[in-house]
Design a protein around this ligand. Structure first.
Ligand code: DLL
Length: 493
């Protein structure tokens, strides 16, 4: 049988004119549907003096109001629903870091749309019907596990729904069932590699990795590809647009994320003013869904930063708009000593240093209105704080303080990696942590590594693996009477 190059060749290779016609029809339908069936949408449009019949061309899109994460939260649980509740067949939810959760509901048709988008992503990555695909994001309210599953079922893959965790079993499953492709949160691929290295395991059948849910640098991608012997693809999506893969993935040509443009209109706006930006300029990505029923999104501001790289046909033959791999989130940007940067840039710089491993954290400390950061990174013996500092200075323009940890000692989670840890995370309703501020006596132990999860046991950063250790005072060993972390190789402060 001839290998599939596309899942839906017609939809994926439409001419620009066809695509524009499909988008206009989908936009008109979606706006009419939301206005007729949802009080929140109607109220927003009325307040702006916009009516469904005002949408006559795609150029009318900026006349419609934006939808924000705050709107999802304010209307929790189902205030954005545009169909009777009895028509819902599934829901997913993201917890976010603050406030009420964000809910997405699906009708039968919405589930089919998700499966279609995911099947397109999986074929684009080279998966073929009948091949085994292991799904490692969590199955549950997080959309990752079910998204890969719906796509795998639609495409006719042999689905291995491993969910997250139990790395030894994940590796055994991949080996025993000759798994060809994996879907995962990027940081989990690093964990699998760690265990493969420890146990000297190879997975010769594995060829494809589809990773997403968080930004990752080209350097990490290259390392993962080299060790696993795979081609790694970047898949993008979010709860609000209907889950993983709804807003596309990249192809083997690696020239941006292909947004499924018959399903979503992409805009890029200035994050501060909301004004539309021309192609090529970096700004906040805004999506409008064209076929979704239960909770359609109209001009949804994602907070994700990227730019439109091309509207031309890609080398792979697909014609939809392509955006650059996500740079970071608007709220992730750090400004330290007058230098603006994203966590992904720190990762990129760190991964250029031989011997530095892909586990790191950026501890953000705010003192008297001044932001400073401290980098915690795992590295093999021989890497010194000076080497790290010097390289970061060259790449970022300033030298953060940093601590180097032995391999396997920084805390690890099973979901998205928590790369940025705010030293004053107490503001999110969490107990204040003492990372970077060990001087404040009497503070409860911190939850470094998963500051979002309340009720976590105190962590032992620096030796997370060893049970029974007292909480550590990362960032300022020795002060406030706390015992120092016991696994540092080199400290520079
Ligand atoms: O993270 C969906 C997903 C699951 C994507 C598994 C890929 C793989 P949420 O939990 O709602 O959904 O988080 C969505 O995660 O707005 C981005 O900030 C970030 N994100 C998702 N994919 C990528 C990616 C899932 N490929 C939020 N690159 C989004 C960078 C990503 N950031």
């Amino acid at each position: 049988m001839k290998a599939l190059r596309f899942w839906n060749e017609r939809a994926e290779t439409m001419s620009a004119d066809e695509l524009a016609a499909v988008q206009l029809e989908g936009l008109k339908r979606t706006v009419r549907h939301a206005y007729a069936n949802n009080a929140f949408y109607r109220g927003r449009m009325d307040a702006l003096g916009a009516a469904p019949q005002d949408v006559k061309t795609l150029g009318d899109l900026p006349r419609l109001p934006f939808l924000t994460k705050g709107d999802f939260r304010d209307t929790y649980p189902l205030g954005l629903l545009c169909v009777p509740q009895a028509d819902i067949r599934e829901m997913h939810m993201s917890s976010g870091s603050t406030g009420a959760p964000i809910v997405m509901a699906y009708t039968e048709a919405d589930l089919a749309q998700w499966a279609e988008c995911m099947a397109r992503c999986q074929v684009m990555a080279g998966m073929q019907p009948g091949e085994a695909f292991q799904i490692m994001p969590t199955f549950g309210l997080f959309n990752g596990g079910f998204g890969f599953y719906h796509g795998a079922r639609r495409l006719g893959l042999f689905a291995v729904p491993a969910s997250s965790g139990n790395t030894a079993r994940q590796i055994a499953l991949m080996r025993d069932f000759k798994v060809k492709g994996i879907g995962s949160v990027v940081s989990y691929a690093a964990r699998i590699i760690e265990m493969m290295d420890e146990r000297n395991i190879e997975l010769p059948d594995l060829k494809v990795g589809i990773f997403g849910a968080e930004t990752f640098s080209d350097e990490i991608r290259t390392r993962v590809e080299a060790r696993l012997g795979i081609t790694a693809f970047d898949i993008y999506g979010m709860t609000e647009t209907g889950g993983v893969g709804t807003t596309g993935a990249d192809c083997a040509a690696r020239c941006g994320i292909h947004v499924w443009s018959d399903q979503y209109i992409t805009e890029v706006v200035d994050p501060a003013t909301g004004a539309s930006l021309p192609d090529g300029e970096v700004g906040e990505i805004v999506f409008t869904s064209l076929t979704r029923q239960a909770i359609p999104v109209i001009r949804y501001r994602t907070s994700d930063l990227s730019r439109i790289v091309s509207r031309q046909t890609c080398a792979c033959g697909r014609t939809g708009v392509r955006i650059e791999r996500i740079t970071g989130r608007c709220d992730d940007m750090l400004i330290v000593k007058g230098v603006n940067f994203f966590p992904k840039q720190v990762e990129q710089a760190l991964m250029e240093i031989p011997g530095v491993l892909p586990e790191y954290q950026i501890i953000v400390e705010e003192r008297e209105g001044v932001t400073d950061i401290r980098i915690h990174v795992e590295a093999q013996e021989g890497v010194t704080g000076y080497m790290v500092e010097k390289h970061l200075k060259e790449k970022l323009g300033f030298s953060p303080k940093g601590d180097i940890f032995k391999p396997g000692t920084l805390p690890r989670g099973e979901g998205k990696a928590k790369r940025v840890v705010r030293a004053n995370a107490g503001s999110a309703g969490l107990p204040p942590c003492n990372v970077g501020d060990a001087g404040s006596a009497g503070l409860p132990p911190c939850n470094v590594g998963d500051a979002g999860s309340a009720g976590l046991p105190p962590c032992n950063v620096g030796d997370a693996g060893s049970a029974g250790l007292p909480p550590c005072n990362v960032g300022d060993a020795g002060s406030a009477g706390l015992p120092p972390c016991n696994e540092r190789l080199g400290i520079r402060s």
